[in-house]
Design a binder for this molecule. Structure first.
Ligand SMILES: Nc1ncnc2c1ncn2[C@@H]1O[C@H](COP(=O)(O)OP(=O)(O)O)[C@@H](O)[C@H]1O
Ligand SMILES: [Mg+2]
Length: 606
């Protein structure tokens, strides 16, 4: 119920279509019942067993509406048979039947026509909300959750919600109304027969719900497995060079088939359970019909309390009541599957972002003095990665972080950009804790260049602006400073060239210079470079290094590097070890101290 409510929220903008759907469904249900009743006069004419009524009946009150209608019908048949013959009467009846069925189907179509807009609208809103949530959630969310699982939720689970969960919207008004109208007509024809029919319905309902129970659990499992399949697929395509290069195709194939095997088992169990629904309800249905035939037949032949033609029409009605009842029992399976998917989708939507902006967070700050790390402790999982870390980065200065891999350098970049929050201590900009600043404002002040240049499958231009306003001059200036103009101008399509998936149509050095152009274009006050040149060959490193020096000019920068030659001119060099500062000072001071930095420099110059 809770889940349904949350999903229904997405339907609110489309409620106009729900009303239209209800409106047409009321008529559909009405005509659906009428269509069965319309068979009654046909039987009466064919079997010629209608009571002869010679006087036009008069309408007395609503209480006697059934007998009035029946009398009127008999009167019409008697009169028309006398004056025009039975085959003419049959023509009238046939025409009436065709008209009623036509209307029934037109209304049925219109009801479906309108609900379609709602169903697909809900999917659109749901996907959009999910996507913004995915962008909003912190980076840490995705190191715990598999990417494939998240993608599966946006694609497969949302589809499942649309196909199964929302399919009940079609039934929710139509089928119960059809049942009510039909039952009313059945009761009007024969109370005795109707009570008899309804003794059977709870029995079949019980059987069906028993099968449905396990379905939800299995469906959860299936979607999870499908997520794992997506994960492996994504990883394999991304890592194709390694898989082929190390001849590990078979290893990956067998991992993949373990997943597909367990998915197959779960799916088999789900489908077969579902497959039971239709034969079960058909069998239940025919049981009702045959027992009814036996019981009703007795009423016709032995008791003579009901006419044969009326009984035939009654059978039609009983059948009409079974169709929506079957649809409802089928829908109960769908709802179970849909609920499982909805739960999984809501799991993302209900995840609180731990890095929320405070209500009174500053959306505009000045940066005139310094950034300070004060007694900062931080851990990703159990172990502290930064322990009581203290550092002051004055405005306009270049601070370099060096030290063995795993010592916590990138972590500092992650914390200053607030991709993660510190556990203890604080990071301040001009004395303001960065937790008191909106993330938007904080990140507006910074630009980051990382080791693996992150490029999107789009043009060079879009990769540089990532959605910001730009002029021709600002772009070419950014490309100039990033040492990228020359190669970009040589490309046949220039800045509109598509860079390919993750930029794989460019070389490593070219990719990195586009990343730098992106940072230059942003014109940040604080620049964070995390091993920006580490992945490059010497020649492109030289080009990228020059580009970096161009933008670091007069800017506050935090430079993480393992090639020490690139940071000699830094104002402050911080040597890190196991999340702590081991040494700090300028290049010449550290050389004089003959400590670890001295050793590292000697090691690298060898
Ligand atoms: N997302 C993460 N989840 C868990 N542990 C992490 C994560 N990122 C880094 N670590 C751990 O934190 C430590 C510091 O990592 P990092 O700051 O990336 O080191 P480096 O100095 O090489 O940049 C390492 O021991 C690493 O295993
Ligand atoms: Mg690192």
């Amino acid at each position: 119920m809770e889940i349904l409510k949350k999903i229904v929220k997405f339907a609110i903008p489309y409620k106009k279509y729900a009303y239209l759907n209800i409106f047409f469904n009321v008529f559909y249900a009405l005509f659906s019942t009428l269509s069965m009743l319309s068979l009654m006069p046909m039987m009466k004419v064919l079997f010629d067993d209608s009571e002869k009524v010679l006087d036009k009946p008069v309408f007395v009150s609503m209480v006697e509406i059934t007998s009035y209608l029946e009398d009127y019908m008999n009167y019409f048949i008697t009169k028309n048979n006398d004056s025009n013959g039975a085959s003419n009467t049959l023509l009238y009846v046939v025409f009436a039947i065709i008209t009623i069925f036509l209307f029934k189907n037109i209304f049925g179509y219109l009801a479906k026509y309108y609900i379609t807009f709602l169903r697909n609208g809900v999917i659109k809103s749901l996907r959009e909300t999910l996507y913004s949530k995915i962008l909003d959630l912190p980076i840490s969310y995705y190191s715990e959750k598999k990417k494939g699982e998240t993608i599966n939720k946006v694609i497969a689970d949302v589809m499942e919600i649309q196909s199964s969960f929302l399919s009940i919207l079609e039934l929710i008004v139509r089928e119960p109304l059809t049942i009510i109208f039909t039952i009313v007509s059945m009761l009007l024809i024969s109370v005795k027969l109707t009570i008899f029919v309804f003794l059977f319905i709870p029995v079949s309902g019980f059987v069906i719900s028993a099968i449905g129970k396990r379905l939800k659990k299995d469906s959860h499992k299936a979607q999870e497995q499908q997520g794992n399949i997506l994960s492996i697929l994504e990883e394999s395509i991304g890592g194709l060079k390694i898989i082929k290069g190390y001849n590990s195709e078979n290893h990956f194939k067998s991992n993949f088939s373990k997943l597909t095997n367990s998915f197959m088992k779960t799916s088999n169990s789900i489908l077969n359970r579902q497959n039971l629904a239709s034969p079960m309800s058909e069998f239940m249905g025919i049981m009702v019909i045959t027992v009814l035939l036996w019981y009703g037949g007795n009423l016709v032949f032995v008791e003579h309390s009901i006419e044969a033609s009326t009984f035939m029409a009654y059978m039609g009605l009983a059948y009409t009541v079974l169709t929506p009842a079957k649809a409802i029992s089928k829908a109960s399976y769908s709802v179970k599957r849909g609920t499982a998917s909805a739960e999984r989708v809501l799991e993302i939507l209900d995840t609180e972002n731990p890095l929320k902006d405070k209500e009174d967070a500053l959306d505009s700050i000045s940066f005139e003095k310094e950034i300070i790390f004060k007694d900062v402790w931080f851990k990703y999982e159990e172990q502290y990665v930064l322990k009581d870390f203290n550092l002051t980065i004055p405005k306009g200065k270049m601070v370099a972080l060096v030290g063995q891999s795993g010592s916590g350098k990138s972590t500092i970049a992650n914390l200053i950009t607030r991709f993660y929050d510190v556990d203890k201590g604080e990071i301040t900009i001009d004395g303001v804790n960065i937790k008191d600043i909106t993330k938007r404002e904080l990140r507006a002040k910074m630009a980051m260049v990382t080791q693996d240049s992150i490029l999107f499958n789009d043009s060079i231009l879009s990769n540089i602006t990532v959605g910001s306003e730009h002029t021709h001059e600002s772009i070419s200036k950014a490309l100039d400073i990033a040492n990228a103009s020359e190669f970009v101008n040589k490309l046949p399509k220039g800045i509109t060239t598509n860079v390919g998936d993750s930029g794989n149509k460019l070389s490593g050095g070219q990719k990195q210079r586009i990343s730098i152009a992106r940072a230059v274009f942003k014109n940040p006050s604080i620049l964070v470079l995390d091993e920006a040149t580490s992945a490059l060959d010497t020649e492109s490193e030289k080009l990228v290094q020059d580009a970096l020096e161009n933008i670091m000019n007069n800017r506050t920068s935090i430079v993480i590097a393992h090639r020490l030659s690139t940071i000699q001119q830094a104002d402050l060099i911080v040597v890190m070890k196991n999340g702590k500062i081991e040494e700090k000072g300028s290049h010449s001071e550290l050389l004089k101290a003959k400590g670890n930095y001295y050793k590292l420099v000697n090691l690298q110059s060898l």
